[in-house]
Ligand binder design. Structure first.
Ligand code: KIV
Length: 242
């Protein structure tokens, strides 16, 4: 699973065989340049999800419920989730939280909308938790995942926990788990695509492996372009209408 926020990236990832695309509210940080995900709105999620859903031909597409769509009245969460299925070609929503969100998960699933639960580090809780920290309370995390599963979640995403906790949660539930910073013993893995391809401003969490260096490629292309113009080399004959 990888994140996608726009049509061309989603199409490339889909064609590369990625099974699940996540329109994550991480777009607030990696696309909008904000410090947290909290300012992202439901309208913005729909805008991005519509592009990604249309691009994906084989991947499942999951869309984050942004803050506070998954925190206020349950009927508001149902309506926000319904917008995802009604206004985009995406297939499911992701909701941060476990045991305390069980009623909400159940209500959304009952409305016919598949839910992926997100336990462990919950970025929308950043101010309550006092920062982005590795989550180590194994008992609570297992209880969260089990409650989400009992409420009808089809999958549990686990963020930033020690490897043995990722393994213990995965052993405790029968739905698939998707880890990000949760070690190797989970069902699948997810990364933010911008981190994976090196399209970021410098900071990378410990759990990221950067598989490409797009930032350097873009910077070099921009420099080469400017230099070609300054040297009178661009546009050339083949790039000019006669
Ligand atoms: O918003 C997001 O991209 C996420 C990932 C960190 C899994 O939730």
């Amino acid at each position: 699973m990888l994140t996608a926020y726009d049509f061309p990236t989603a199409r490339i990832l889909d064609e590369a065989g990625i099974d699940v695309l996540l329109v994550g509210d991480s777009l607030g940080m990696v696309v909008q340049g904000r410090e947290t995900t909290l300012q992202v709105t439901m309208d913005q999620m729909i805008y991005h999800a519509e592009m990604v859903g249309r691009a994906a031909k084989r991947a499942m597409v999951v869309v984050d419920l942004p803050f506070p769509e998954g925190q206020l009245e349950i009927s508001r969460s149902q309506l926000a989730s319904a917008r995802v299925l009604k206004e985009t070609d995406c297939h499911a929503v992701k909701l941060e939280g476990g045991a305390e969100q069980a009623h909400r998960i159940e209500a959304i699933v009952t409305a016919g909308i598949p839910v992926m639960a997100h336990v462990g580090l919950r970025p929308q809780n950043v101010h309550v938790d006092g920062g982005y920290r590795v989550q180590r309370d194994t008992e609570r995390l297992i209880a969260d995942a089990k409650a989400a599963e009992s409420a009808g979640a089809f999958c549990v995403l686990i963020e930033c926990v020690p490897a043995e906790v990722g393994a213990a949660i995965t052993a405790a539930v029968s739905v698939p788990t998707i880890g990000i910073g949760a070690g190797p013993d989970v069902t699948g893995q997810v990364l933010v695509t911008h981190d994976l391809i090196g399209f970021h401003s410098g900071y990378l969490p410990k759990f990221v492996r950067q598989f490409a260096d797009i930032r350097t490629s873009i910077g070099q292309a921009a420099k080469d372009y400017a230099e070609a113009i300054q040297q009178g080399d661009f546009p050339g004959d083949s790039e000019t209408f006669q």
